[in-house]
Design a binder for this molecule. Structure first.
Ligand code: GLU
Length: 434
């Protein structure tokens, strides 16, 4: 009962969303026109792999364009940023997903989320000049790694789309004529359509999105599928280009990096928090799922998921600031807490600087610190180094080693201890024993 709190919320949300029967199925792919329009599902996958779901979460459908950010991630991981950026830009096009247009001058597709960019990205998987079938299989393997289970291609959707792929073929030929594609355009379209025809469920998509939200590490298999730097690039492109020509509306109103697909899937990845997926096949004029878009609007406002709404990090990092002990044993102790990033570290540095400690010993207690990013570590280490230059003894209470050895090496002579031991039962009479 208690455990189903989030699932109950999702059940309510999809019941409300079900009444909207507007939009239409993607008829340009004949097989998709046969989809069951009333299908509806929503799932949240958390960073520890827990999935909360409601509705048809285990009904399979083809991934379509939701494959694009994942294949972009695989291309970045395999080829590196420079090579990928030479072939595919990162600018929102403001155009429909299947627009036949390229950047003036370079001939690059505007971004990897429109078909032109996705075709060029697909061709970057595997060795250049490699076999097209092996490339497509490598893409399916990569998507499977993100899902955490072996995914398969829906052969009937795949052949159905190939029969009517004139537009994608036109785009691929255009890319070939600009030298963005060096392979046979037909083979690339073939592979790209296989990529789009991979079967997933809403549960799979939530898990794939959670892998992006979880800095590239799969929540259940713990496999680091791609680097954190790749994930940052992918989420940035999703935020600005993921919803086609509705990207501006999306980022302002929903504020979750997202990607939709014409079979009715929609994913959102909120870094550090949650992977979200919805499924409902009727599409709006942009090609995005009508009910999916509505559900994401609701999730974002009900649960404060907008990327730009972040809690004030700096005010809360210093939990207490006390002088303890007496005589020669007097210590200034700053107890820090939570996640510390730049603004939090700046606050700590300023608090110490404003106090201009007269005490011989300053202790920074990191026991309650859950995370501290690279810049914050460097700032605290530099603070410690400067204090020691001023003649202070600095103690870092760091029981879980949240500050890395590499940073500590730059700190000069500071004492790192797991805890400050009490000399007596009196909490305020602390003595450091090392
Ligand atoms: N396979 C589809 C196409 O290339 C994907 C489009 C989409 O999902 O937006 O036309």
């Amino acid at each position: 009962m208690i455990g189903s709190l989030v699932a109950d919320y999702l059940t309510d949300a999809i019941q409300d969303a079900a009444s909207d029967t507007s939009g239409s199925l993607a008829e340009y792919i004949p097989e998709l026109a046969n989809a069951r329009p009333q299908n509806l599902a929503a799932a949240f996958a958390m960073a520890d792999g827990t999935v909360h779901g409601a509705g048809d979460v285990d009904v399979p459908f083809t991934i379509q364009s939701i494959s694009k950010p994942f294949v972009y991630a695989l291309a970045l991981a395999e080829r590196g940023f420079d090579e990928v950026l030479r072939k595919v830009g990162v600018e929102p096009s403001g155009e429909a997903f299947n627009q036949i247009s390229l950047e003036v001058g370079t001939g690059r597709p505007f971004n990897p989320m429109i078909n032109a960019g996705a075709l060029a990205t697909h061709a970057l998987i595997g060795p250049s000049g490699g076999d097209a079938h092996e490339r497509a299989q490598r893409v399916v393997d990569g998507l499977s790694a993100f899902a955490g289970r072996r995914l398969v291609v829906d052969e009937s959707v795949c052949s159905s789309e190939m029969e009517t792929a004139h537009r994608n073929l036109a785009i691929a030929h255009m890319l070939r004529s600009y030298g963005i594609l060096e392979e046979d355009p037909r083979a690339v379209v073939d592979g790209y359509i296989r990529q789009c025809s991979v079967l997933v469920t809403t549960r799979d998509l939530a898990m794939m999105a959670a892998t992006l939200a979880n800095h590239g590490r799969h929540p259940l298999t713990s496999e680091q599928i791609v680097d954190e730097s790749v994930v940052r690039q992918v989420l940035s492109v999703m935020a600005t280009c993921g919803m086609y020509d509705a990207a501006g509306d999306w980022v302002t109103q929903v504020g979750i990096p997202a990607k939709s697909g014409v079979a009715g899937g929609l994913i959102g990845a909120l870094p550090g928090q949650v992977g979200i997926a919805t499924f409902s096949p009727r599409l709006d004029r942009h090609g995005n799922s009508v009910r999916g878009v509505n559900l994401f609007h609701r999730f974002s406002s009900d649960m404060g998921l907008h990327l730009m709404s972040v809690p004030p990090a700096s005010r809360a990092v210093v939990r207490s600031h006390r002088i303890v002990g007496d005589g020669a044993d007097v210590i200034r102790v700053l107890q820090l807490q939570g996640g510390i990033r730049f603004a939090g570290a700046e606050r700590i540095v300023r608090e110490v600087a404003d106090a201009s400690p007269g005490e011989h010993t300053v202790a920074l207690d990191l026991t309650l610190v859950s995370s501290i990013d690279d810049v914050a570590q460097r700032m605290l280490v530099e603070l410690a180094r400067r204090l020691t230059i001023d003649g202070c003894r600095v103690i870092l209470i760091d029981p879980e080693s949240v500050v890395s050895e590499t940073h500590l090496a730059d700190a000069g002579s500071i004492d790192v201890v797991p805890r400050l031991l009490l000399a007596s039962a009196d909490e305020d009479r602390l003595t450091a024993r090392m």
